[in-house]
Write a protein that binds this ligand. Sequence first.
Ligand code: ATP
Ligand code: MG
Length: 414
Amino acid sequence: MKYSALKGARDIFPPDIYIWQKVEETAKGVFSSYGFQEIRAPIIESTDIFIRSIGETTDIVEKEMYTFTDKAGRRITLRPEGTAPVVRCYVENYLYNLPAPQKFFYSGPMFRYERPQAGRFRQFFQIGAEAFGIEEPKIDAEILSMLKLFFVKLGLKDLNFELNSIGCKKCRPDFKKALLNFFSTRIDRFCPDCKRRFILNPLRILDCKVDACISLREGAPRVTDFLCNECREHFDTLLSLLKLLNLSYVINPEMVRGLDYYTRTTFEVKSETLGAQNAVAAGGRYDRLVEDFGGPPTPAIGFAIGMERLTTLLRSLINHTIPSPKVFIATIGSTAEKEGLVIADRLREKDIWVEIGYTGNSLKSQMRRADRLSADYVLIIGDDEINSGKIKWKRLSDGSQGEIPFQEVYDFFK
Ligand code: ATP
Ligand code: MG
């Protein structure tokens, strides 16, 4: 019997893990300099939380959620995204009583029952950030420049930032009316899902991935033409701030995003080299979500970065810097072997990575292993060394070697 990972779920292990760790460290560093603090919400939540926030007629809720009933009959869902759980946590713990803005970041696995393919998995990882309590577009600009800095620090300088504003509760109805008007003459040619969306949530037709629907919606009204004065001004101010910060963008008036909770600013960061699944990060404002969850009116904005797509981009860019031990202790004979074990332990107390040889390995095979591990130094201990009280050392990079008294070995690697 041989087991394998579930379809669409992947193992991450060395050397790939070093890219993941670099991404996580970079995110933590950059996000901290913008004042974002880490938050960890559970991976399981009540199903309602996602239905209410992401929206009943979205692909995620209709087709992609991992939902099950637990032993007590509760409906539970493995989180398909990170924003709803963070908002739930924010409201449940009265974090809105703290001075605004409250800024958080998270990272971890998300689950969607999608058809596995390049850049699309059933368990995938996101790093995301959410900022609560500020309406002014200055924070939109900060969020976008934070994202940009994060990518630049990883060596990704030419990703495309696509922006849009999808309006608010005030201007959305006019846009919806215009959409209904446009689609009413041709809806019979759309896919069955879109026919349903036409009745329930016409905006979702704009997010349909079916080729026929994509071409049928050519010439559809654009949300940017229906923005109310406040939304228009909010968007224009954001754009001017982005110019000030030297962040180049393109406006994509067709981008509506696949989740219902978005308002005003939406954005995606795309790569030209990823193929069909080319969005590395995506996000936007969700000014009404906190209120929908029972909190006070609280504007908010956030994004999520797709780790698998990002690490795909980085794999060809970052040289796999596989860490290597500082010291390899090769021993000959049982007395030396014990001595080596003690020295290794004492060096490790000083945070030095030490590898040792194991019983039955000849000196030659131990040296070969030291070489393969790219150890900086090899210490050689045999009967001669025990008798003379000195250890032989060898630096593998240049072949230099010498001797040190046993007691001085700890200072030698300081
Ligand atoms: P897509 O356009 O790929 O369907 P989405 O709009 O469903 O993306 P979001 O929910 O906004 O994606 O998630 C943000 C990011 O998370 C995406 O830009 C992508 O990088 C990543 N992502 C989303 N779904 C998956 C998945 N199934 N597998 C891997 N990464 C994913
Ligand atoms: Mg999707």
